[in-house]
Design a protein around this ligand. Sequence first.
Ligand code: FIX
Ligand code: ZN
Length: 412
Amino acid sequence: MHQSLSLRQQVADIVQTTPVFDIHTHLYDPAFGGLLLWGLDELLTYHYLVAEGFRYFDLPYEKFWALSKTQQADLIWDALFIQHSPLSEACRGVLTVLHALGLDVQKRDLPVLRRHFAKWNVGDFTTKALELANVRKVCMTNSPFDDLERPVWERRFVRDERFTAALRIDPLLVDWENTAPKLHAWGYDVRADFSGQTFGEVRRFLADWTRRIDAQYCMVSLTPDFAFPADTPTARLIEHAILPHGREHGQAFALMIGVQRNVNPQLRLAGDSVGLADVGAVENLCAQFPDNKFLCTMLALENQHGLCVAARKFRNLHIFGCWWFLNNPSLIKDITRMRLELLGLSMTPQHSDCRVLDQLIYKWSHSRAIIGKVLARKYDDLAATGWVPTGAEIERDVRDLFGGALERFLKG
Ligand code: FIX
Ligand code: ZN
């Protein structure tokens, strides 16, 4: 009993002190200026909280969107923190951030809390947030199709080494009809019907952007009905452009599957939902293209077991994260336990998906606590057989779970 208590403490300490590589976020290198969101009003208007706010608001959607960010934050604060206790995970997250920054949340005084943030500049706050979250490196989501982001890459800038890039290509794969003319206008000789040099030119586009941003991997999010093989533009582009590109550049293809976009367009970014996807499509990709590396996360809870089993069958598949509606303590606990039981340490239990810099602090503090407990229970079970892990072994394992295994997978 004594030994098991100290083992638990040892695991908790190692999990707290091991720095994380956060493999999927929507944060930006500070050189992107206003694209890097931070501060209290951004925290309060996070789309998770907008969705929750509308559970209580009694005003038309358009009226909310016409308000300034500060006014929107005021409404959300009032509905979700003052009129009701802030029990949801996203609400609790705001309080974890404020508390970690040393602020007194008990007074429930929004103007005072706001004034604290006014003292920071973005450079110092970036360092503070990364330090408090104990995150060593953050992977961004970088889209050449984003009109605000593209010019920053095109004019070049000095990179902050704490931020790495991932090439995000949703419009290419899910909206080919409107994307083909764009590629054409950018000097790539593609045709809407895929004739001529189309696939080669898409590969040239991918290679150009991979080089320009030094992409760690290439990524897409897909709806629950994603099928492979299939006679769809998405499947054709994957087979004839994305995967040959991946083989040529040794680059993994990351699939985030199961998001049903815009089920309530009036909620804007908060209007996406979830649906059950087909794990078979991922298995088909892994089986048919053993020389490609795939990363995958799925949004539906009901897909988690199948996805784990798929990863047992295919070593070119690395599964990651408790994405979005799964990023809640109860679900992280169950999913992480299942993954450890089926895959051991050859997976990445969590990414943050932060959209606001400050969120690194709460997403990693909350996830760390759960992953630490789950892991400690597993080591306890081992210790009961006489196999007591050494400190060095636990440190090695935690490094792997917090990005090390993924880095090896990407390099291998
Ligand atoms: O597609 C994605 O990368 C999603 O994570 C986002 O689009 C989503 O809005 C989000 O922030 C989820 O956490
Ligand atoms: Zn995301």
